[in-house]
Design a binder for this molecule. Structure first.
Ligand code: URA
Length: 433
């Protein structure tokens, strides 16, 4: 078999056989197929797509390209969630303890942030002492002991995806449905959970710009997961507005803690309950309504907050920071961005807001950039809110005084105003099960 013929076949719009797909993935992983040939195949897939069978084969070949986690000792109770990436998305910090407080097992490997989106691992590391690197044995032991463990990706999992994602990033081949499906689902399948809930974001801060493409993506991921024996659900949610009011690592942790303490309600709490309820429903095979009641009880009784503290302490984090969030270090410069005009906020460009947060020091442009945990943005007004000229739109937190002026301009450029009332946007568009 020759990679040349596989590229040519896909370029002509023909269907690849399972053997051809496995040949390409295995050869690319072991280095016998060079980057330039894999890039050409990725581009041909972008133009000519893949059938469901081809996508399933690609996903499973990528999932098997490296180490896999076996969570079968937890039976039906192991559960994972995945967000396709958003701004202000700190849901794992709230959902994991809610679901664990309901008795399920959340053994999760999370990623770091890159570009305009944040990553759970960075957020957790903003808590003094929290360790995201651990042995696989400790990861399992913690899940057995307390039902929740969240670490960074360990070992040699899905090397095919790591290599291919890096190529796609620089060859304009990221936004292809079969390539996104296989990238996300290969990692989720390798991570081993029996039930998986996907949060597919749609809007200005997401990969998927419209509901139609997000629906296709979600349906295909759900189908592939089920085909591989997993219980699946996907929520399609709004990323035309940042989630919650905090963007930036420790600011987001503090906001998550305030939801767990019952001090903050609104979009963040609502989406976390919906995600948790779907996870609990899949694990226990109960109705969404029954699962929602369990999740709400876990949150409102304080069980989830206690579980969060237990989890953070188990991984070395300083519990006193959870009880008293004023212990998180503060940024040296705090600056309020004021509205230049009165009106309703009609739209927010969420990716731009993510970029403002990065500029302030909260994110990475390249993988090796060092994050400032205290940097970020607090949103005082969001889409649908009325603002008077001179009122605070948001508060910027940074240790780099020199970026404040650019950050302010960029933030203002992300907003569109209307002189007519604007309805509050929907939060959850649909659920696919
Ligand atoms: N997230 C991933 O992990 N892979 C993609 O291709 C897109 C988003």
């Amino acid at each position: 078999m020759r990679m040349y013929d596989i590229i040519y076949k896909k370029r002509k719009g023909c269907e690849l056989s399972d053997d051809e797909i496995r040949f390409a993935v295995n050869g690319f992983t072991d280095g016998t197929i060079p980057d330039y040939q894999m890039s050409a195949l990725a581009m041909a897939i972008c133009f000519n797509s893949m059938t469901d069978r081809e996508t399933a084969t690609l996903t499973s070949a990528m999932a098997k390209s490296g180490d896999t986690v076996d969570l079968s000792e937890f039976g039906e109770l192991s559960v994972d969630k995945h967000s396709t990436g958003g701004v202000g998305d700190k849901t794992t910090l709230i959902v994991a303890p809610i679901v664990a407080a309901c008795g399920a097992k959340v053994a999760k490997m999370s990623g770091r942030g890159l570009g305009h989106t944040g990553g759970t691992v960075d957020k957790l590391e903003s808590i003094k002492g929290y360790k995201t690197e651990t042995t696989v044995e400790d990861f399992f032991k913690q899940t057995r002991d307390i039902g929740v463990s969240v670490i960074g990706q360990t070992g040699n999992m899905t090397p095919a995806d790591k290599k291919l994602y890096a190529l796609r990033d620089v060859t304009a081949t990221v936004d292809s449905i079969p390539l996104i499906v296989s990238s996300i689902m290969s990692k989720k399948l390798a991570a081993g959970a029996k039930s998986i809930v996907l949060d597919v974001k749609v809007g200005s801060g997401a990969f998927m710009p419209d509901l139609e493409s997000a629906t296709v993506l979600a349906e295909k991921m759900v189908e592939i997961g089920k085909h591989c024996g997993r219980n699946m659900a996907a929520l399609i949610t709004n990323m035309d507005v940042p989630l919650g009011c905090a963007v930036g690592n420790s600011l987001e942790v503090i906001e998550a803690i305030s939801v767990l303490k019952g001090e903050t309600v609104g979009d963040l709490k609502e989406i976390c309950l919906a995600l948790s309820a779907n996870m609990v429903a899949l694990c226990y095979k109960i109705s969404y309504e029954e699962a929602y009641a369990k999740a709400l009880h876990a949150l409102e009784s304080g069980l989830a907050y206690n579980k969060f503290k237990e989890w953070i302490a188990y991984q070395g984090g300083d519990e006193s920071w959870i009880d008293d969030t004023s212990l998180f270090p503060k940024a040296g410069f705090i600056y309020e961005v004021k509205a230049k005009e009165s009106g309703w906020i009609k739209a927010m460009n969420t990716a731009t807001i993510g970029n403002v947060s990065s500029l302030l020091g909260a994110g990475r442009v390249t993988k090796t950039d060092v994050i400032d945990f205290s940097a970020g943005i607090e949103l005082n007004k969001k889409t649908g809110d009325f603002v008077n000229a001179g009122e605070t739109l948001c508060t910027l937190y940074t240790n780099k005084e020199e970026v404040i002026s650019n950050a302010e301009q960029l933030y203002l450029s992300s907003l569109t105003f209307s002189n007519m009332a604007v309805p509050k946007p929907d939060l959850i568009y649909k659920t696919i099960i």
